[in-house]
Design a protein around this ligand. Structure first.
Ligand code: PLP
Length: 417
């Protein structure tokens, strides 16, 4: 029985063995050892339900969407638009047209920078980014700043990894056009007070681009409750396919924005002299979209919804607390980001041992962790390190896997002693 089936029939406690049975890759061995996958923050593994949904579409209902009059095209279009509706419900957007399909979080942020940013920002305008941001929510603003003469300023954080709210308040004293903010740090797991920060930004007359790429898989993201102007996430981090992501934008904002890419699917009428464009969201979806990937994303959303985002968060909180407790006992281990508002990620270094050595050695024990700057170099600079080791937890991880991580780190210590 699959986990979703189990939950549909009775209210069983969160049973990871049932969940794990849904993820074929988790039963494989790596380097002769059972795989311990602790790199879901980079990309989550896929349940059979997602893999099957894509295969079913290709085997039974695949054609290009929107343009066809034939049955298959209409069917594929229905599946594609059903996926949009599933996303709308999942993030509680008011309308389907506020959901734009993009390739991933990165593309969504670039779309906003290139379309909204170019239309609304001019020389000397200020953009605030937090020190916690992933490069995806920094570099598009740097590119725009260089082109337009904008000023990008950083919201500082405390040593525990949390936003310095007083400093943020002071930064908002002078006019700000945009706040680019992560809802959850991919390198530390720290959860920012996004709702409050969005309220403050709005009081100061600024728009907010919320990066929910990490937050999306660890708890409910409600765009109306948050009142963010834009929000992005990537399908592959929430057990869905790669190549699909979502840009949410408030309808009145999206409607005011010009297209950022031109081509088929997004036009109303083209003559040799000029083009006019469809309404939202199609205006922002030039070319053939990621059809099967959207269908896979819907299956992923159905999957986590059946499990319950709250129960997933509880399970991950248990793993996180256990990991913090167990890692604290390892000699010479420094953890980064101790603020209590944290989820699913532990980031640390072992004294005198390069994170890449740690990553390579634990890999030989079958434990997959991420080492490096996690596309958050300004954050690494803030902690004066070049890199950290990051273990990230997902709904399929177990307490035994936390033990395996700790045992593999003890092996690293032994080899370096
Ligand atoms: N934002 C955050 C917080 C992330 O963790 C990531 C990916 O690691 C991204 C943005 C970019 O996501 P993608 O590479 O799927 O576009």
């Amino acid at each position: 029985m699959t986990m979703t089936a189990a939950l549909a029939t009775n209210d069983v406690a969160f049973d990871t063995s049932l969940v794990r049975a849904d993820f074929p890759i988790l039963s494989r061995q790596v380097r002769g050892r059972p795989l311990v996958y602790l790199d879901s923050a980079a990309s989550a593994q896929k349940p059979r339900q997602v893999i099957d949904a894509e295969r079913r579409l290709y085997e039974e209902e695949y054609a290009n969407v929107h343009r066809g009059v034939h049955w298959l095209s209409q069917s594929a279009t229905e599946r594609f638009e059903e996926a949009r509706d599933a996303v709308r419900r999942f993030i509680n957007a008011a309308e389907e047209r506020e959901v734009v399909f993009v390739r991933g979080g990165t593309e969504g942020i670039n779309l906003v920078a290139q379309s909204w940013g170019r239309t609304n920002l001019e020389e000397g305008d200020r953009i605030l980014i937090s020190t916690l941001e992933h490069h995806a929510n920094i570099v598009p603003w740097h590119l725009l700043a260089a082109e337009r003469g904008l000023v990008v300023e950083a919201i500082p954080i405390f040593d525990d990894g949390q936003i310095d709210m007083d400093a943020y308040r002071r930064l908002l004293d002078r006019p700000v056009k945009l706040v680019a903010l992560t809802q959850m740090s991919n390198a530390l797991g720290v959860i920012t007070p996004a709702a409050e920060m969005i309220r403050m930004a709005h009081d100061a007359g600024a728009r907010v681009m919320l990066d929910s790429c990490q937050a999306i898989s660890h708890g409910a993201v409600d765009v109306q409750a948050l009142d963010c102007d834009f929000m992005v996430f990537s399908g592959h981090k929430i057990y869905g396919p790669t190549g699909i992501g979502v840009l949410y934008g408030k309808a009145e904002l999206l409607e005011s924005m010009p297209p950022w890419q031109g081509g088929g699917e997004m036009i109303a009428r083209v003559t040799l002299e000029r083009s006019t464009f469809k309404g939202i969201p199609h205006r922002f979806e030039a070319g053939t979209p990621a059809i099967a990937q959207a269908v896979g994303l819907k299956a992923a959303i159905d999957y986590v919804t059946a499990l319950g985002m709250e129960r997933i968060a509880e399970h991950e909180a248990m793993l996180h607390a256990l990991a913090v407790e167990r890692l604290s006992t390892i000699e010479g281990l420094t953890m980064f980001g101790s603020h209590p508002a944290r989820a699913a990620i532990v980031s640390f270094n072992l004294d005198g041992i390069h994170p890449h050595d740690v990553g390579t050695i634990v890999d030989h024990e079958g434990v997959a962790v991420r080492v490096g700057h996690h596309c958050a170099q300004p954050l690494m600079d803030r902690f004066d390190v070049a890199a950290t080791v990051r273990a990230s937890f997902a709904l399929y991880n177990t307490a035994d896997e936390v033990d395996a991580l700790v045992a593999s780190l003890e092996e690293v210590r032994r080899l370096f002693s």
